[in-house]
Design a binder for this molecule. Structure first.
Ligand code: ATP
Length: 229
């Protein structure tokens, strides 16, 4: 099991800390490569994975929050730059990113550079998130390319396009010079894998092997998950 956020991840880092929230229903290699490649591309000291408890932007996940957390723990085990934060899973209220970042600020202080990691599809919907414009006072935002989702000003809703134009930083090395406020994009290995696709395969009794770690697939099989989606 990776360390939890109450151990090593609570220590302040000299490098920026990546924050990676998601439903992870289930976690797959697209998520893992995003987190892994963000460390190299963005110069992060670590990535903190934060599975959502009750995701506000989508229907109820098909498995319990505890099961999604356990799968993320399995997938990230053995990578000492990854930590898993169980706080949102245990929370009784919906997980809004802005509240999560406020919690992290209280924990880590005003100086720590925080980088919220999002795929291009999630970024395109950012302007619908609760108090979305407050996010930039709390963290930088790093957008990874994802097959089928271009990151272009012209394809974003107007308010987000304006924020993107004003905050875009091309020198990624400057992410550690300030705690929050910039938007960067980075190209990761393009993997057209989605949790939706995996759930469909499993519901149809088809193989999802090589789309996600074997340990996660074993967990899914042991607990008979995703059989009737
Ligand atoms: P679903 O298919 O159920 O919507 P998902 O595969 O998109 O799920 P999420 O847990 O919703 O997974 O995504 C968490 C984050 O990971 C989001 O920011 C999303 O954009 C990003 N992400 C997911 N899959 C990929 C991928 N294959 N490549 C790049 N980013 C990804």
């Amino acid at each position: 099991m990776p360390p939890t956020a109450t151990s090593s991840a609570s220590q302040k880092l000299s490098e920026p800390l990546g924050i990676f929230g998601g439903t992870f229903d289930p976690v797959h290699f697209g998520h893992l490569r995003l987190a892994e490649e963000s460390i190299g591309h963005l110069g992060l000291g670590a990535v903190r994975w934060i599975p959502a408890g009750q995701p506000p932007h989508r229907g109820r996940p098909q498995v319990t929050a505890g099961q999604r957390l356990a799968m993320v723990a399995q997938a990230t085990a053995g990578n000492d730059r990854f930590t898993v934060d169980a706080s949102e899973v245990e929370a009784p209220v919906p997980s809004y990113t802005v509240n999560t970042l406020e919690r992290l600020r209280r924990e880590l202080g005003a100086e720590q550079s925080l980088v919220l990691l999002v795929g291009a599809d999630a970024f395109a919907g950012l302007a619908s998130w609760h108090r979305w414009s407050d996010i930039f006072a709390l963290a930088h935002v790093a957008v990874s390319h994802r097959p089928g989702f271009p990151v272009e000003i012209g394809s974003l809703p107007p308010a987000l396009a304006t924020a993107f134009g004003a905050r875009r930083l091309s020198d990624i090395g400057r992410l550690k010079a300030s705690p929050a406020g910039a938007i960067v994009t980075f190209a990761m290995t393009q993997l057209a894998i989605s949790a939706t696709q995996i759930r469909k395969l499993l519901a149809n009794d088809l193989s999802a092997r090589y789309l996600l770690p074997d340990a996660v697939l074993d967990y899914i099989q042991t607990h008979s998950l995703y059989r009737n989606s």
